[in-house]
Design a binder for this molecule. Structure first.
Ligand code: SF4
Ligand code: SF4
Length: 101
């Protein structure tokens, strides 16, 4: 079972998650990222890297995030692979504070 990105990722682009990932499973648009369930090897390395706890292992995630399994699987078919760390969004630090991190 894969890992998924949830809505705390909106407006981030710190992309520390991508730096920790040993495979090319992150895809993204201008606002956020998604994980390809067919490429993710479930190593868990991205979870501690994310500063806003946006990533979950679907086996142990809270049920409120179930809908993100299908969203991640769908969105990666439409978006390019993000292969390295990128410049954070201008409001990323404010978003992090707003979320309580
Ligand atoms: S570090 Fe977390 S919030 Fe930032 S891009 Fe990665 S998954 Fe999204
Ligand atoms: S669990 Fe591992 S392989 Fe899957 S997205 Fe996170 S770092 Fe990449």
């Amino acid at each position: 079972m894969p890992h998924i990105v949830t809505d705390n990722c909106d407006g981030c682009r710190f992309t520390d998650c991508v730096s920790n990932c040993p495979v090319a499973c992150f895809h993204g648009n201008d606002e956020r990222l998604f994980i390809d369930p067919d490429v993710c090897i479930d190593c868990g390395a991205c979870i501690p890297a994310c500063p806003v706890k946006a990533i979950y292992d679907v086996v142990v995630m809270p049920k409120e995030f179930t809908r993100w399994i299908a969203i991640n699987a769908e969105m990666v078919t439409q978006l390019p692979v993000i292969s390295g760390k990128q410049v954070p969004k201008p409001a990323a630090e404010a978003q992090k504070l707003r979320l309580g991190f």
